[in-house]
Design a binder for this molecule. Structure first.
Ligand code: C5P
Length: 288
């Protein structure tokens, strides 16, 4: 069988509120997730055992979430089949863009097909939630309201054709996600009502209400990521109207009216020495 290659899209959080810390160590969330047109690629082919090859140094092998996904799917399904998995990375790593989770979801769907397992969506969602809180979202992609620890999903209409400029500062933080959750205090917790308003607006098909696009990590991110503020200032100086943090950061994004407005902003950012990427929202249909 020829290798099946699929795109695994990055996400942004249009808004993310953290409601409270739970007894299981996770946090209760209300977030609107959105896939965007920046993607990794995954190709799977039959193989005697499990092999993961990645074009990014240090990301091949058993520590990668994609390898752990394949291993878990083998165990859960009881299949004896193996696979050679090729992962081509473009999405910045540990950046608040969900790249690793998206790759895991793409690997689950591809291996389900390659191995002819015929697992239903509901079963894939169960397996995905063992791999990470936002892996279930990426099985469908598009736009969704996520609650619980991020795994309870309600699909929403996509703000179709919305252009954005992403800036992903290259600021590495070991154990980034738990570290950022760990920095949150009671002052950062909110009741989820802004995210409810955001979801309502999307259901109504209107434009994105930027005043409801809040992010619980905004306060702690500037301390956690040295230099983040500089990137935000550069985006504003280049003409961004509002700058939003994605997930627990450090990626930043701004909404723009058109592709040409995005390209112009990207060029001005380049002139200031910063790298921007122009992307568009991706619907669930485009993701599948
Ligand atoms: O589920 P995931 O593997 O992405 O979570 C990584 C870490 O992020 C968790 O171990 C936890 O520390 C933190 N987290 C959290 N609440 C969530 C999601 C993640 O505290 N809803």
């Amino acid at each position: 069988m020829a290798a099946l290659a699929v795109k695994s899209y990055a996400k942004i959080n249009l808004g993310i509120e953290v409601i409270r810390r739970r007894d299981d160590g996770f946090h209760e969330l209300a977030t609107v997730l959105q896939t965007v047109s920046l993607y990794d690629e995954i190709a799977v082919a039959p193989g005697p055992t499990l092999t993961l090859r990645c074009d990014r140094k240090g990301m091949s092998g058993e520590s990668n979430l994609v390898w752990r996904t394949a291993d878990l799917l083998q165990k859960e399904s009881g299949t004896q089949q193996g696979a050679v998995i090729d992962l081509m990375k473009t999405i910045p790593i540990s950046a608040g863009l969900g790249g690793g989770s998206s790759d895991a979801a793409a690997a689950l769907r591809s291996l389900n097909d390659l191995w002819g397992l015929g697992l239903l969506e509901s079963r894939l969602v169960e397996i995905a939630s063992q791999l990470g809180s936002d892996v279930p979202f990426f099985l469908r992609g598009g736009t969704a309201l996520a609650t619980g620890r991020g795994e309870l999903l309600e699909p929403l209409p996509t703000p179709d054709g919305q252009w954005l400029v992403l800036v992903s500062p290259d600021i590495r933080l070991p154990g980034k996600t738990p570290a950022l959750y760990g920095r949150l205090g009671p002052d950062d917790f909110t009741d989820g009502s802004e995210t409810t308003k955001l979801a309502d607006a999307l259901r109504g098909g209107g434009t994105l209400p930027e005043e409801c696009m809040v992010n619980a990590f905004e306060r702690v991110a500037d301390d956690a990521f040295p230099g983040l503020e500089r990137h935000r200032d550069a985006m504003l100086k280049a003409g961004a109207e509002r700058v939003h943090l994605s997930g627990s950061g450090p990626s930043l994004f701004t909404l723009v009216r058109s592709k040409s407005a995005g390209d112009a902003l990207r060029l001005r950012l380049g002139g200031l020495g910063y790298h921007g990427v122009v992307v568009q929202t991706v619907t669930a249909e485009e993701n599948n």
